[in-house]
Ligand binder design. Structure first.
Ligand code: CP
Length: 292
């Protein structure tokens, strides 16, 4: 029984083993294979989500688990109950694993020392979003076959991005060169990666556009959506300079016509919806790893 709190401390072998198991689940002809029959999994989202929450739910149901969906907005959190007391309450009721998304940084690491059931990080603050990075890497591996030697440019709000952090730490272990491109006020000084211009970013094998996270911004972090698009957006004109083999990625949700032009979201080189599709087998592998 294993938690998944992040990719920073996960070995290359463990990452590859999750990707391989996801490929196994993707290849299964049956939609449901009840290997987790009798297991109860709680999805505990203290921050909003569409993709992560529902793909975890689909993954759990495809494995035959009993699923409990907790939403902070309609819970006793609204009466002031703490995150710890909420998770401890669900643990007392007999859940076998918890999938958890949180806003405050550091709370998940602390919870994991106190809660006995495996916890899976579904995004904690700007720290890590391990299953997003795993599905991103799975998507890259599906397209390119081999990961070693690839170049990945991650463009946008690096400072607030848990997706950038998890991808950086995992991709570097897999021999991928990760470089960032960001406005000066969205640079993360704590991360060991080179910063490049937008022109350089267009030369990468993978260009991963990040959402401008307005909900995490202080006032005035971007001048305007138009200004951001002009300097850091993947516009139709810029996309014409990508290599023919290159792919476009974005974790979504997307601010269309801000970080990426509307016409590019379902462009032949875009893997944005395949990323969402790949999230299901990847999360099946992660849930199975936690419980079997
Ligand atoms: N990519 C991602 O985490 O999306 P949600 O916030 O909708 O889960």
């Amino acid at each position: 029984q294993r938690s998944l709190l992040g990719l920073k401390d996960l070995s290359k072998e463990e990452i590859i083993s999750i990707l391989d198991r996801a490929a196994y689940w993707e290849a299964q002809p049956d939609k449901v294979k009840p290997v987790l029959q009798g297991k109860f999994v709680a999805n505990m989202f203290f921050e909003n989500s569409t993709r992560t929450r529902f793909s975890f739910e689909v993954a759990e149901k495809r494995l035959g688990a009993e699923v409990l969906n907790f939403s902070a907005a309609v819970s006793s959190v609204q009466k002031g109950e703490s995150i710890y007391d909420t998770v401890r309450t669900l643990e007392s009721m007999g859940i076998d694993a918890g999938v958890i998304r949180l806003k405050p940084i550091g709370v998940l690491a602390d919870l994991a020392t106190k809660i006995k059931v495996p916890l899976i990080n579904a995004g904690d603050g700007n720290n890590e979003h391990p299953t997003q990075a795993l599905l991103d890497i799975y998507t890259m591996r599906k397209h390119f076959g081999e990961l070693k030697g690839l170049t990945v440019a991650i463009v946008g709000d690096i400072l607030h991005s848990r997706v950038a952090r998890s991808n950086l730490w995992a991709l570097q272990k897999l021999g991928v060169q990760v470089r960032f491109c960001a406005p000066p006020n969205m640079v993360a000084a704590d991360l060991a990666a080179e910063y490049i211009s937008m022109e350089e970013a267009l030369k990468a094998d993978v260009i991963m556009m990040l959402r401008v996270q307005l909900e995490r911004h202080e006032n005035g972090m971007i001048k305007s959506a138009e200004d951001y698009r002009e300097h850091y957006g993947l516009t139709v004109e810029r996309a014409q300079r990508l290599a023919p083999h290159a792919i476009i990625m974005h974790p979504a949700p997307i601010n269309r016509n801000v970080e990426i032009d509307d016409e590019l979201v379902e462009h032949p080189q875009s893997r944005i919806f395949p990323q969402m599709e790949n999230g299901v087998p990847v999360r099946m592998a992660v849930i199975e790893r936690a419980l079997v």
